[in-house]
Write a protein that binds this ligand. Structure first.
Ligand SMILES: NC(=O)N[C@@H](CC(=O)O)C(=O)O
Ligand SMILES: [Zn+2]
Ligand SMILES: [Zn+2]
Length: 349
């Protein structure tokens, strides 16, 4: 097959940042994607409906003229989040989900939740009004090995929470382990998972073999090969509980190439090319549309996009830039370490 037309995709987990970085990256998403769930881990974070409203306006103002991209806003859950404010955000249609960052788990999560009991009133309200909780599913206990943090989170935080509040809809974001995949597969209802582009392509060797490679470092950190294969099987299966959330997370190069580099991989620009490669390699191009364009909206209770994009397989590899230049500084683009022959038709690369 050398051409594939699918409904226009959406990105169910995206970091757009703010200011000059937002202006520098947004076109890479709005070129291909109709909608994206926008992560609230700004400094300071997006905690109230008023914050989300103002952030949404800044995103819309940064969009290239003519792009109809729709940002789907989230709130950053804290121990002081007001259930009435959250309900107001859901009722007005502004808020698509609330995001749980265990304190200290990832970039800009120091204001996240330490004691989930303190957030129960909000979570109970969300269960009642049908507003999904998106989770960064890792424990932060210092004794727990970083490669085990997702599995331990499922056992000690997520499963107890879901037993306590079975009506709460939970999205396990950026699933990185077979434990996560199995847990989602085993759930009867109200649980789904997003999978990133890069976790379908790299295992932890990419970060550590042949020298330390900061541009492959993200959180949750890539795991061993068996986990990558479990993610591939889930993504390409067509199972409606798995969908794309790129977790494209730009940091300027000086903040990644240093003694304490930030976590995050920038994939917005070449995600659709990478996915077409992965799905073709697994003989699953027929399920790419489900993963990138159908399963996500179904989970979030939205219609799929009406329009389509066409992916075309070229003879010569697509020439994506190694870095993009933003007003905040250069951002290295994810290198899948194989040539990309699939391109979104007419996207200029
Ligand atoms: N994925 C990452 O490695 N980083 C994200 C945060 C996150 O999604 O955990 C970021 O904001 O940079
Ligand atoms: Zn995260
Ligand atoms: Zn993220």
């Amino acid at each position: 097959m050398t051409s594939l037309t699918i409904r226009r995709p959406d990105d169910w987990h995206l970091h757009l940042r703010d200011g000059a970085m937002l202006e520098g990256v947004i076109a890479d998403t709005s070129r291909h994607f109709a909608r994206a769930i926008i992560m609230p881990n700004l400094v300071p974070p997006v905690v109230t409906v008023a914050d989300a409203e103002a952030y949404r306006e800044r995103i819309l103002a940064a969009l290239p003229k003519g792009d109809r991209f729709q940002p789907l806003m989230t709130l950053y859950l804290t121990e002081h989040t007001d259930p009435d404010d959250v309900e107001k955000g859901k009722t007005s249609g502004l808020i698509t989900a609330v995001k749980l960052y265990p304190a200290g788990a990832t970039t800009n999560s120091h204001g996240g939740v330490r004691d989930l009991d303190k957030a129960m009133p909000v979570l109970e309200r969300m269960a009642k009004i049908g507003l999904p909780l998106c989770v960064h599913g890792e424990v932060t206990t210092p004794e727990v090995d970083i490669f085990d943090r997702e599995a331990i989170f499922i056992d000690t935080v997520l499963d107890p929470l879901r037993r306590r509040l079975p009506e709460l809809k939970v999205t396990m974001e950026h699933v990185t382990t077979s434990d996560g995949i199995d847990y989602i597969r085993g759930a009867k209802s109200n649980l789904a998972g997003s999978i990133t582009t890069h976790h379908l392509i790299i295992n932890r060797n990419a970060i550590l073999v042949g020298g330390i490679k900061p541009h492959y470092y993200c959180l949750p950190v890539a795991k061993r090969e068996s986990h990558r294969l479990a993610l591939r099987a889930a993504a390409t299966s067509g199972d409606s509980r798995f969908f794309l959330g790129t977790d494209s997370a730009p940091h300027v190069d000086p903040l990644k190439e240093c003694g304490c580099g930030c976590a995050g991989i920038y994939t917005s620009i070449n995600t659709m090319s990478c996915l077409a490669h992965v799905f073709e390699e697994d003989g699953a191009l027929d399920t790419l549309e489900a993963f990138a364009s159908l399963n996500g909206p179904a989970w979030y209770g939205m219609a799929p996009n009406e329009d389509t994009i066409t992916l075309v397989k070229r003879e010569t590899p697509v020439a994506y830039p190694a870095k993009i230049e933003t007003g905040a500084g250069p951002v290295t683009v994810f290198d899948p370490m194989f040539p990309l022959h699939w391109a979104v038709d007419n996207d200029g690369f």
